[in-house]
Design a protein around this ligand. Structure first.
Ligand code: GLN
Length: 485
């Protein structure tokens, strides 16, 4: 097998534009790579081989198009982004046979830019989880060590990119679901500012938290995908009409002089594995060598973030998931005779345990007697948490810390849901505050030999600065080779 799959998205896009490789050749290569690695990794719920090859032939026949920045580039989508005519399961039995009749806006924009979709990626059911163990269909393995989880909920997207099955994938992030799998799989993952990318066609989990974002093998690749997807969409009223800067133009900076990096003590202390701390600390030291200065900052409410997040996310989920009732979408129990029994049976059989747990808890925190005690209080803490970030960003340009307290854990290790929720301690605050955050691979952990991700967070709409700092740092870090499979 040639080494085409080890190229970055930006490299393959350039080769395709120059006519040095044909789209069919690249797509066939990816499909062969999928066939060779899927038995071990299991990243994909649906492989779109025939559609992709047909599209590739049509693109080759028309010839390269410089106005299309992703012309001919094979990509994978998390299976909760609607794809016209292609099954979209959300990792759930209840949507096992759901075939949408429209593309999500982010998907349509990538397609318009010339991307070729080759698969839909596995995920925790309805994006609820941090390990992809909650998929209704199968678990995905971490390409670096198949005994371990790839992270979640966009674990299929993380694994497919790390395994070289495609050149980039989309994930979604409600409380860390892009950053955690990116950290665990050793790739770059960006959760943009809430409202930066349209959520139209993203099957909702927590609507005030969800964002779509790129998962790639380089910072430049992430910038390229963000460039294509960002911007207002009349179909999503929460997408913001803020000018989209030139993300690529900001890359290639010489140094990090004048950049102030905030280090929150709450992210660097107790509960953080020594090997993660060491790898992240070393990366920060590299930033300092490039001229950045570090400043201590306080995010004092971090200890309440998990409770706050899980109240809000579950409340929103219970309301969003009420549309899956066996009537309008997906799976229906055919034996029930009364309507109410049909609802109950369809939802009981269609949803997995974690999803049911969250619907029940979410309904509880929204119920009239408890609304003020839980949901309202969480909304207030969320506001305070946002203010903490505002204050911190008066002292620094970006915040740096770990993405997760540990590297990828062994499958089955976090069977207790609470233990799993605790993995999100460093990622959920960015969603509560609506700010952008990314994971950058900074090396392998000393003990586990698994990838470690450094998290960068910035003020709303600071993606350009964040990507430019990350790209500068990326150039001084030793590159991770692709895992052996
Ligand atoms: N692990 C978090 C949860 O289960 C985040 C998931 C996500 O970002 N979709 O809710």
């Amino acid at each position: 097998m040639s080494e085409l799959h080890t190229k970055t998205l930006s490299e393959i896009a350039a080769l395709l534009q120059a006519g040095d490789v044909k789209v069919v050749e690249v797509v066939e290569h990816c499909l062969a790579r999928i066939e060779a690695t899927e038995p071990k990794v299991r990243a994909l719920i649906t492989v779109m081989g025939d559609e992709a090859l047909k599209q590739a032939e049509a693109l080759d026949a028309a010839g390269p198009d410089p106005s299309k920045p992703l012309w001919g580039v094979p990509m994978v989508l998390k299976d909760l982004l609607t794809t016209k005519g292609v099954r979209t399961t959300c990792g759930s039995r209840i949507l096992e046979n759901f075939v949408p009749f429209y593309d999500a806006t982010a998907v349509a924009r990538l397609k318009e830019a010339g991307a070729v979709f080759i698969g839909k990626a596995n995920m925790d059911e309805f994006a609820m989880g941090s390990s992809t163990e909650n998929s209704a269909f199968f678990m995905t393995a971490n390409p670096w060590d198949v005994e371990r989880v790839p992270g979640g909920s966009s674990g299929g997207s993380g694994a497919t990119v790390a395994a070289g099955q495609c050149f980039g994938a989309l994930g979604t992030d409600t409380g860390g679901s892009i950053r955690t799998p990116s950290s665990f799989c050793g790739i770059v993952g960006l959760k943009p500012t809430y409202g930066r990318i349209s959520r139209f066609g993203l099957i909702a989990y927590g609507s005030s938290l969800d964002q779509i974002g790129p998962m790639t093998r380089s910072v430049e690749d992430a910038a390229r995908l963000l460039q294509v997807m960002a911007g207002h969409d009349p179909k999503d009223s929460t997408s913001v009409d803020v000018e989209v800067p030139d993300y690529l133009a900001a890359l290639g900076r010489e140094d990090l002089k004048g950049v102030r990096i905030g280090l929150p003590e709450e992210y660097w202390g107790e509960g953080l594995d020594a090997e993660v701390k060491e790898a992240c600390r070393a990366a920060v030291a590299e930033m300092e060598k490039l001229g950045a200065v570090t400043v201590p900052v306080k995010l004092a409410l971090t200890e309440y973030a998990i409770a706050t997040y899980y109240i809000i996310a579950m409340a929103e989920a219970s309301s969003n998931l009420s549309r899956f009732d066996g009537v309008r979408f997906g799976y229906r129990n055919k034996k029930a005779e009364e309507l109410i029994d049909m609802y109950t049976a369809s939802r009981t059989e269609g949803f997995g345990d974690e999803v049911q747990r969250r619907i029940i808890m979410g309904t509880y925190v929204l119920s009239s007697g408890y609304y003020d005690a839980y949901y309202n209080k969480a909304a207030k803490v969320r506001r305070l948490l946002r203010q903490d970030f505002d204050k911190a960003f008066e002292q620094c340009d970006l915040i740096a810390g770990p993405v997760c307290p540990t590297t990828a854990f062994v499958t089955g290790d976090k069977a207790d849901p609470l233990q799993m929720y605790l993995m999100d301690i460093f990622t959920i605050s960015a969603n509560l505050a609506g700010i952008p955050a990314m994971s950058l691979p900074v090396g392998l952990g000393r003990d586990s030999h698994m990838p470690v991700g450094l998290q960068l967070m910035g003020p709303a709409f600071s993606e350009q600065a964040m990507l430019s700092v990350a790209e500068r740092l990326e150039r001084v870090l030793p590159p991770l080779s692709m895992p052996e499979l």
